[in-house]
Design a protein around this ligand. Structure first.
Ligand SMILES: O=c1[nH]c(=O)c2[nH]c(=O)[nH]c2[nH]1
Length: 294
């Protein structure tokens, strides 16, 4: 006998670009938005009764209409607006998850209307709303960083398959993929708190970059912990940080066959396989995460 387990549905990866025009000085927000709704959705699965199903096409249209009607500021505000709208307007929907990614653009010179896609990281957020409270996780991915020194990897466990030489000076590089949980978003009965999302983002990003640069690294694991700790120290509204750091290995090339010393100057930047170091750093008194990470 089969039973229906957890389920949700929505429109994945709606691409929306919102232009704001102040005379000749234009602004753009370039987003990828994914919605996922859950609630009284047994019948559509069990009997094909669609009466509780707001089409994913309507969800996509809502994204475009809200971009026009409300504009797009911090992506967290846009995600919360959508999540609350679906729960508040659809009787069958009790939980909405809205994920937003922001692709950065920079001005192309002095032209007010012309932009260059920025090489910056992608800013991310996921907002949940269930009618009693909201939860927000923000973050970024593809923030590529590299240190040319101050990184060792020694004293590791060895077995009969270990060939990796110990090193007391190596290149350390990674593409930071990180999410942080905001403690101070509205909950059942609490006032509606809305952090300054942009400020939190800039502070968390700066903390990650500084910790990566100024930590003398004995391993990428140790650097990960230092980065998470620094975000918590700099950002009081953040209670949990989850990091995923691919170790972008840079191997010294053996130049001896060419009669050349290497002197720690020429590296083979391998793209795969790569070590993947993942970890969470959280405050001891972090509030319950609820559905924040789902
Ligand atoms: O910082 C590192 N951590 C590891 O766990 C590891 N494993 C490895 O081969 N190189 C590295 N580097």
């Amino acid at each position: 006998m089969a039973v229906l387990g957890p389920n949700r549905y929505g429109k994945a990866e709606t691409r929306v670009v919102r232009v704001t025009r102040h005379g000749d000085a234009h602004r753009i927000k370039d987003l990828t938005v994914s919605t996922a709704l859950a609630g009284d959705l047994a019948e559509v699965h069990l009997s094909g009764d669609n009466s509780a199903v707001l089409p994913t096409d309507s969800q996509k249209n809502t994204i475009f209409a809200f971009a026009k009607r409300h504009g797009v500021g911090a992506i967290e505000d846009f995600a919360l607006l959508l999540a609350r709208h679906f729960v508040d307007s659809q009787p069958a929907i009790h939980h909405a998850r809205v994920a937003v990614e922001e692709h950065a653009w920079e001005r192309n010179g002095a032209f007010g209307h012309s932009f260059v896609r920025s090489g910056r990281e992608v800013r991310t957020c996921v907002a949940h709303h269930d009618g009693t409270g909201s939860w927000v996780v923000s973050g970024l991915r593809d923030l590529v960083v590299l240190n040319t020194t101050d990184s060792e990897f020694r004293g590791f466990a060895k077995d009969e398959y270990t060939t990796l030489p110990e090193t007391s000076d190596r290149v350390l590089a990674t593409a930071v993929d990180v999410s942080w949980r905001h403690a101070d978003v509205s909950r059942d009965g609490s006032p509606d708190v809305s952090p300054d999302w942009d400020k939190a983002y800039e502070k968390a990003r700066a903390a990650l970059l500084t910790a990566f640069a100024d930590t003398y690294s004995l391993s990428l694991q140790q650097t990960l912990y230092a980065m998470g700790t620094r975000v918590l120290a700099e950002c009081p509204g953040i209670c949990e940080v989850r990091l995923s750091l691919p170790n972008r290995h840079h191997f010294l090339v053996d130049l001896a066959p060419f009669g050349l010393p290497n002197d720690g100057e020429v590296f083979f930047a391998a793209d795969r396989p790569y070590g993947l170091i993942e970890g969470t750093v959280l405050r001891e008194d972090a509030p319950d995460a609820g559905p924040a990470w789902e």
